[in-house]
Write a protein of this length. Structure first.
Length: 187
């Protein structure tokens, strides 16, 4: 319980205007989330800029730091730099509920908002889909756009220029796709 309370912002005591809260995220933070396979270690600073108005609270979450990830290619650990900013609106209403991903309804009696789950979700969303160790990133950039397959007949193989394209690509079919076409025709 002590962990979760450390991420409470007591909004009922705040005057209207702008307020700033800072949270330090470390390895212990990630251990409190059951589905933490994507990130288990990190050193992150989260600044929550809260603007309290008569009918709404606007919160901007600024997240900066590093998270330890495992490379998809080599399985080596590496530090991924994270820098993201997210905005959440808290509107006053008759009951507490999530309206959508960016808007939450809270009552005027709500004493505090807990930001731990949102911080965790924002960190996970900021992670790259493809986790590559920095040693492999240059290779990946070079490979982009080179994934096209070109097929030549046996006669052309000896003197073909590697960058040349066959004249009529409609007639060239990868034999693996031919096998799949026969399966489709049986249905």
């Amino acid at each position: 319980m002590k962990f979760w309370r450390a991420f409470d912002i007591e909004i009922i005591k705040l005057n209207e205007g702008k307020h700033e809260f800072t949270f330090n995220i470390d390895d212990d933070f990630f251990s409190h989330f059951k589905d933490n396979e994507m990130a288990e270690k990190g050193d992150i600073t989260v600044t929550v800029l809260l603007n309290k108005q008569a009918n709404v609270l606007e919160a901007i979450y600024k997240i900066e730091g590093t998270v330890e990830l495992t490379c998809d290619r080599s399985l080596e650990k590496f530090d991924q730099i994270l820098e993201t900013e997210q905005k959440i609106i808290y509107k006053y209403g008759p009951e507490e509920q999530e309206i959508n991903e960016e808007i939450f309804m809270i009552t005027r009696d709500t004493p505090s908002i807990n930001v731990a789950q949102l911080i965790y979700e924002f960190i996970i969303l900021a992670l790259p889909a493809k986790k590559l160790h920095p040693d492999f990133r240059d290779e990946e950039d070079e490979m982009d756009g080179e994934g096209e397959f070109v097929y030549w007949s046996d006669e052309e193989e000896g003197d073909a220029d590697e960058t040349a394209q066959p004249e009529n690509t409609d007639d060239l079919v990868d034999p693996r796709w031919e096998a799949l076409k026969s399966i489709k025709k049986k249905d």
